[in-house]
Design a protein around this ligand. Structure first.
Ligand code: SF4
Length: 328
């Protein structure tokens, strides 16, 4: 791990037991949810993790949070291996890595006031010497999440707020612990289009004001805008392309990335790209295709792709050159 990387993932895998295919079969099948991910995150960097649902991005987030145990691989944070921690160590880590879930309706306890919701993590982690100190932290978290003045929200219940305000409360409940990383799992997909930009702007602001690194998980590359520093594209449990936002948007290398970009709506009709509609369904993650896992849907598939599985595609080469190098 270099000094600038404070979170690093190497060869991370998570396979879920999918049972036996038949009553008398001895073979156990596995869902390859995350299947060899390498990723590094820098201080206050924003990475957009993009891919269609079922590609493993949410499982990856749960692995980073320690909410799932990996099948293989290593996760390091600030130079320390955090792959297998005990409950106390894990609790300590949660102060530094917080998650914002997709559904603000389900993330909030409807019987608690906003003040109780934001205060709870402080109580669980034993933070604050007295009530006054905790109250100040609760108010600051609410205001940093854009709910100002905090006093008017403290005694309300989640059902009295709009969807956007509820998602801000979820973000405030994460901020109150002063984390270093936010894992935001589809944080805007349940919100009205008009509110989405507000929440993305809020995360962009927090990254500057609180120096927080963000992993922004989304199925919609178009929703990321220019908020992310880097984009990692995931397909069937693997990162197939990673680069700066500009590199990926302007010079995508992987055919899957090209297809994702081609369907981003563009307001100016003159700038519209040709849409690439992928044929077929995403393969079953229990029964991965041989060779490149994208080959059944790839518009530029070659015979060799059905036998050779290219590793991560470097942006310095064209994708096909990388494939050809591999099979030489
Ligand atoms: Fe397509 Fe072959 Fe590249 Fe896979 S290895 S993405 S099938 S060109």
């Amino acid at each position: 791990m270099t000094k600038e990387h404070f979170l690093e993932v190497q060869g991370l895998k998570k396979y879920f037991d999918a049972g036996r295919p038949g009553l008398f079969s001895r073979d156990v099948r596995y869902v390859h949810a995350v299947d060899g991910v390498d990723l590094q995150l820098r201080h206050s960097e924003v990475i957009a993790l993009v891919g269609e649902s079922g590609c493993g991005k949410s499982t990856l987030a749960l692995l980073l949070m320690g909410l799932e145990d990996p099948t293989a691989g290593i996760v390091s944070f600030e130079g320390r291996d955090i792959t297998h921690l005990n409950d106390n160590e894990r609790k300590d880590l949660r102060r530094k890595i917080q998650m914002v879930f997709q559904d603000p309706y389900e993330s909030l306890n409807p019987t608690q006031t906003i003040e109780e919701i934001i205060n709870e993590p402080l109580v669980v982690h034993g933070i604050g010497n007295n009530k006054n100190e905790r109250d100040e932290r609760v108010k600051k978290a609410l205001e940093d999440a854009g709910l100002k003045p905090a006093e008017i929200y403290l005694n309300r219940y989640p059902h009295e707020l709009s969807g956007g305000q509820r998602q801000r409360v979820v973000i405030a409940a994460a901020l109150v612990l002063e984390p270093e990383i936010l894992l935001a799992d589809e944080p805007v997909s349940m919100l009205d289009v008009s509110i989405r930009a507000e929440i993305i702007n809020l995360l962009a602001e927090l990254r500057i004001t609180r120096q927080i690194a963000v992993i922004f998980i989304t199925h919609d590359l178009g929703s990321v805008g220019f908020f992310a520093d880097r984009v990692a594209v995931m397909y069937l449990g693997r990162i197939v392309e990673i680069g700066t936002m500009l590199e990926v948007l302007e010079k995508p290398q992987h055919p899957y990335t090209k297809a994702l970009i081609s369907v981003i709506p563009v307001p100016n009709p003159r700038l519209r790209r040709e849409r690439i509609i992928l044929q077929g369904e995403t393969p079953n993650p229990i029964d991965m295709p041989q060779g490149c896992r994208f080959h059944p849907r790839c518009p530029v598939v070659m015979a060799t792709c059905k036998v050779s599985d290219p590793p991560f595609v470097a942006l310095s080469k064209t994708h096909q050159a990388a494939c050809l190098l591999l099979v030489k």
